[in-house]
Design a protein around this ligand. Structure first.
Ligand SMILES: C[S@@+](CC[C@H](N)C(=O)[O-])C[C@H]1O[C@@H](n2cnc3c(N)ncnc32)[C@H](O)[C@@H]1O
Length: 246
């Protein structure tokens, strides 16, 4: 696990606050629009029936919370948690524009201290957030605490593609092109240099599954998407009804 990059909560929250206004534009641009599809896959991995209450941790501008609330299926209620106030402002505007304020609520809090009771949600997601958290193990323990036994979780995070030939090309894009485009559009000096640095230092594939196993999740799976550029991790919160998991 990375010990060099400074992930203290106030620093990470300030960085996302500073780029909040351009965050969605850059997301769609730098992923070539694939981020919609990645979030839709994560939402499907929860196998929702329409009755569930779902936590979207590190919700940011709420794109995954919105995907989780799609009409026909989807979640009955979504709680989006994030500690960056300006990201939540963007999220609130999008929810109002889509008439989703009644189904999705937003809470400003740290992912290492989720303000929800034990076993209070049926499922939970994190999209591109766990890598930014100062103590990912603590956050996974929080997920385990708040998801009911038998509930599903889905986590999206970047990886590094390993295919011969593609790896160097992608690394060049990720480490040279992306930070420059990101800096130009976000007007933030370091946020888009932090992205490849933090991805390179974070466990992916089997490494991250181990963290899920350690946190007590069962049936863990890691699905490589786009040759490993992004991973979808899915798992079930084990334990019997009535067990707190703590
Ligand atoms: C890369 S963005 C992802 C946002 C959104 N999930 C998406 O898919 O676009 C990461 C988000 O995680 C939030 N975040 C990072 N660490 C956090 C923490 N410890 N507690 C709460 N939110 C955190 C940031 O504020 C930011 O909004």
């Amino acid at each position: 696990m990375d010990r060099v990059i400074d992930k203290t909560p106030h620093r990470i929250a300030a960085m996302f606050d500073a780029i909040a206004g351009r965050y969605d534009l850059l997301n769609h641009l730098l992923s070539g629009g694939l981020d919609w599809w990645w979030r839709a896959r994560a939402a499907r991995a929860l196998r929702l029936t329409g009755d569930e209450r779902v936590l979207d941790l590190c919700t940011g501008t709420a794109d995954l919370a919105i995907a989780l609330s799609r009409r026909g299926g989807g979640a009955a209620r979504v709680v989006g948690v994030d500690f960056a106030a300006r990201m939540l402002d963007q999220a609130a505007g999008k929810l109002r524009a889509r008439g989703l304020c009644g189904r999705v609520s937003l809470v400003r809090a740290d992912a290492m201290h989720v303000p929800l009771p034990v076993a209070s949600v049926d499922a939970a997601t994190i999209a591109f957030g766990i890598r930014n958290v100062e103590d990912p193990r603590r956050t996974l323990a929080e997920l385990h605490r708040v998801v009911r036994p038998g509930g599903r979780i889905a986590i999206l995070e970047f990886g590094m593609p390993t295919l011969p030939g593609l790896g160097p090309l992608y690394r060049w894009y990720f480490r040279c092109v992306l930070p420059r485009v990101g800096r130009l559009i976000s007007r933030h000096d370091s946020a888009y240099a932090y992205l490849p640095a933090s991805v390179g230092a974070f466990p992916s594939g089997a490494g991250f599954r181990e963290l899920l196993d350690d946190a007590g999740f069962v049936d863990t799976a890691a699905v490589r998407m786009l040759l490993g550029v992004v991973y979808l991790y899915a798992a079930t919160r084990g334990g019997r009804d009535g067990e707190s998991g703590l």
